[in-house]
Design a protein around this ligand. Structure first.
Ligand code: HEM
Length: 144
């Protein structure tokens, strides 16, 4: 039996798990930014952010591993001449950058060095949604 459906299923399962973290972590930042002057809450948010960040990082790695595995298993040969794949990979690189930026923000909060308002985090929180829509559209419709 071809491993292809397994690779794709695992790719998608890890992608969804990764996004659960990418949606929830910046929500924590929104509420944390509103409560840094309340020491007990401040400490609670620090613990939640650190645990969530380190919990979802492996899901990012596995998404990339299974996506790359599919490229090696034939997708690169099939699609490397099509633009959608190159744009998708570029947007995934931006998403990985967003993930590490979240890691930096977790450390800034931990060290009491957050400089952004809760309103800024509300906008920041929308960014992964835009990337999700664009990447899934490219991967599913393969428009060009
Ligand atoms: C380096 C990271 C990634 C690589 C190398 C990669 C690569 C691939 C490959 C080769 C396929 C199979 C394409 C096909 O035959 O239809 C695929 C499917 C898919 N990928 Fe990724 N991917 C990556 C990250 C992502 C991310 C971050 C998302 C979502 C935001 C995503 C969403 C999808 C979806 C929805 C499909 C299924 C498309 C379909 O079957 O119609 N991928 N990916």
């Amino acid at each position: 039996m071809s491993p292809w459906p397994w690779l794709k299923a695992l790719h998608l399962i890890f992608m969804v798990s990764w996004f659960a973290g990418l949606f929830y972590l910046p929500r924590l930042f929104v509420h944390h930014a509103m409560s840094t002057d309340e020491p007990v809450l401040d400490e609670k948010f620090k613990v939640m952010e650190r645990k969530l960040y380190y919990f979802v990082t492996p899901w990012m790695i596995f998404t990339v591993v299974f996506g790359t595995w599919m490229l090696i298993a034939g997708a690169w040969a099939a699609y490397s001449s099509m633009m959608w794949l190159h744009i998708k990979l570029l947007l995934v690189a931006v998403l990985v950058g967003y993930h590490f930026w979240c890691g930096k923000l977790v450390k800034d909060f931990r060290d009491g060095k957050n400089t952004h308002s809760h309103t800024w985090y509300r906008y920041f929180n929308e960014f992964p949604l835009l990337l999700l829509v664009a990447i899934v559209w490219l991967a599913v419709f393969k428009p060009f």
